[in-house]
Design a protein around this ligand. Structure first.
Ligand SMILES: Nc1ncnc2c1ncn2[C@@H]1O[C@H](COP(=O)(O)OP(=O)(O)OP(=O)(O)O)[C@@H](O)[C@H]1O
Length: 246
């Protein structure tokens, strides 16, 4: 499988402390991957370097086919290239309806004035209907987003990101604060999203990671400690030591 994103030998230091230490990571075009690791392992910094928020001191970040370097590109250029990022807390426009939130997301990649001048066409309404089905909010399209449950807001934001058709979606702890039923639905949404794009899920919750049923990358002290199925990595003695303490 050819890689969509290839991170190699990336290091990032903050005041001499290596948050990422010679990190290498690669993901294919339609792949779901969970990234786990104890607090301070470098998960957020990893997402920050991929999205251009933090510049690495060393290493390469190659993207797409033919591969181009993401190093030196701005956060917005990286987003336009197809990297979407979902932060942990949902950020939707609470006073707007679910449909309007999705419509605003659809309008984003056009021009700087697109939100003001955007006139939805029937194709846009059809796309919103489709997105609402993907995120399980078809019955909520007319509701104010502020009235949604925490889980529904998270799904709406995932839908808003999908509206922009990212090639890679980075999702930070989507299951936090969700009910069991919401987690199950989130698993389904992420697995479906990864059918035709790459999805990286940073997660602490092992039950949730198990349900994702995908390859897992374990980070520790800014490097990859282990990689493989969840059973493989949780059976690794280094991983056990890191999680349970020496
Ligand atoms: N801007 C910064 N300045 C100084 N140190 C930082 C900065 N950002 C991260 N760090 C340090 O780098 C290390 C890695 O942090 P990072 O947030 O990437 O870890 P994480 O795996 O996301 O942790 P958590 O699971 O707690 O969110 C931590 O020790 C953190 O304190």
């Amino acid at each position: 499988m050819s890689a969509l994103l290839e991170v190699s030998g990336v290091s990032v230091s903050f005041d001499g402390f290596k948050a990422l230490n010679n990190l290498s990571f690669s993901i294919g075009k339609s792949e779901l991957r969970a990234v786990i690791g104890p607090n301070g392992a470098g998960k957020t910094t990893f997402m920050d370097v991929v999205t251009g928020k933090t510049r690495p001191d060393e290493g390469r970040i190659l993207w797409g086919e033919p591969p181009v370097s993401l190093l030196g590109k701005s956060e917005s250029a990286i987003a336009v290239a197809g990297v979407g990022r979902k932060f942990q807390r949902p950020t939707v426009f609470e006073d707007q309806s679910v449909q309007d939130n999705l419509m605003m997301a659809l309008s984003k990649p056009r021009t700087p004035f697109s939100v003001l001048t955007f006139k939805p066409a029937s194709v846009d309404y059809a796309r919103i209907k489709e997105l609402a089905e993907v995120i399980g909010l078809s019955a909520e399209l007319g509701r104010k987003s502020g009235e949604l449950s925490h889980g529904q807001k998270q799904w709406l934001e995932i839908g808003m990101l999908l509206a922009q058709e990212p090639k890679l979606l980075l999702v930070d702890e989507p299951a936090a604060g969700m009910t069991t039923a919401e987690r199950e639905k989130t698993t389904r949404i992420l697995r479906d999203a990864a059918r035709d794009r790459a999805v990286v899920v940073v997660e602490h919750d092992m039950d949730f990671v198990r349900k994702l049923d995908c390859k897992v990358t374990v980070l520790h002290e800014g490097s990859v400690l282990a990689e493989g199925s969840l059973d493989h990595v949780t059976g690794n003695k280094d991983v056990i030591e890191v999680y349970l303490g020496r």
